[in-house]
Design a protein around this ligand. Structure first.
Ligand code: TLP
Length: 347
């Protein structure tokens, strides 16, 4: 039985680095609901600049950032378009309906990605029977797609088509930083096709809490009011924003290491009998492991018993997410654990 548990459930489990903790302890703060927290203001400005948008808003979570965007782009009774496995639909507790009275029309496509034709065939025109389609949501990298990256040209084409059809475009860029590293492109290039973009500081970048929503100044003004309504107006939030600044300034480039570790895990598991892994589909920091004869939930439990955490993401699939707090040696131990479980009879 190994000592320390290796946690590959998500990159959300990363803890703030020593530099972040120092920055948090020393942060200059004020009351952010009055707009008087200098560290939050700086984070919002730096994030907006990095993403090529006029304004930014610090929010407690990616979910809140996405849902504020939905509220800003729609009215009650409207419809938004999103991939059937998108986070905004699949993992946000029905919030578009709950908070905005917005229905979601689902699109299909390869690992979270689609083309203008999928958008075109989902649009139904202005007939009184139909809700008004007002928003398209895209996700890059795509979580349930296994960390898949949108090809920039395809993203531009989809966004241009949607805008031509009168839809706004929101980019769930929780892991846009990973896409930027994988493509070796500035984050602003990847965010350019979207009206609004949400990016997380609390995943691969290791900040303890927080995301930013960036977009046009007037929209971010309205977003600030929705953030207040949802209870996300925080006071001396500069202690959190200080960690976010360290994240933005120092933690992006190292994501390449997480990507290399994900490839390492995928390649090591590819020829383990009983497992199904396609190393060719690993584009960033996620690996989807098919568990063959095992129900994934039971496989996950068996891994846990030998000190490795990885969640079932589907009936017969486990998701492995690499991150800062699981260096190569931990990935090697995780591979050994997967091998050990796969060698047992399925149960
Ligand atoms: N994803 C989490 C879980 O919610 C599934 C994870 O462990 O991957 N957009 C995307 C693409 C995300 O992956 C997540 C979190 C969010 C938004 C929401 O961010 P938070 O957790 O900060 O609300």
């Amino acid at each position: 039985m190994p000592g320390r548990v290796i946690d590959l459930r998500s990159d959300t489990v990363t803890r703030p680095t020593p530099e972040m903790r120092r920055a948090m302890a020393e942060a200059e703060v004020g009351d952010d609901v009055y707009g008087e927290d200098p560290t939050v203001n700086l984070l919002e400005a730096e994030a907006a600049a990095l993403l090529g948008k006029p304004a930014g808003l610090f929010v407690p979570s990616g979910t809140m950032g996405n849902q504020i965007a939905v509220l800003c782009h729609t009215e009650r009774g409207d419809e938004m378009l999103a991939h059937e496995e998108s986070h905004v639909y699949y993992y946000e507790a029905g919030a578009p309906a709950l908070l905005g009275g917005v229905s979601v029309r689902l699109l299909r496509g390869d690992r979270g990605r689609f083309g203008p034709e999928e958008v075109a065939s989902a649009l139904r025109g202005g007939n009184v029977h139909f809700p008004r389609a007002r928003l398209l949501a895209v996700e890059n990298t795509h979580n349930r797609g296994g960390g898949s990256v949108w090809e920039p040209e395809r993203m531009r084409a989809v966004a241009a088509f949607a805008r031509g059809a009168g839809l706004a475009v929101h980019l769930d860029g929780a892991r846009l930083w990973n896409a930027a590293v994988a493509l070796d492109r500035p984050p602003a290039d990847l965010a350019a096709p979207a009206d609004t973009v949400m990016c997380c500081l609390s995943k691969g970048l290791c900040a303890p809490v927080g995301s930013v929503l960036c977009g046009p100044g007037d929209l971010i003004g309205r977003a600030r009011r929705y953030r207040k309504a949802l209870g996300g107006g925080m006071r001396q939030a500069g202690v959190l924003a200080a960690a976010g600044l360290v994240a933005l300034r120092t933690m992006r480039a190292r994501l390449a290491e997480d990507h290399a570790n994900a490839r390492f895990v995928a390649e090591a598991l590819a020829d383990v009998p009983g497992l199904e892994v396609d190393p060719g589909e690993v584009e960033t920091n996620m690996v989807r492991v098919g568990t063959g004869g095992w129900p994934a939930a039971r496989f996950s439990q068996a891994l846990r018993e030998i000190g490795v955490l990885a969640n079932a993401s589907a009936e017969r699939t486990i998701r492995v997410v690499t991150h800062h707090d699981a260096p190569r040696a931990d990935c090697e131990r995780a591979v050994a654990a997967f091998r050990a479980v796969a060698a047992q009879p399925a149960r």
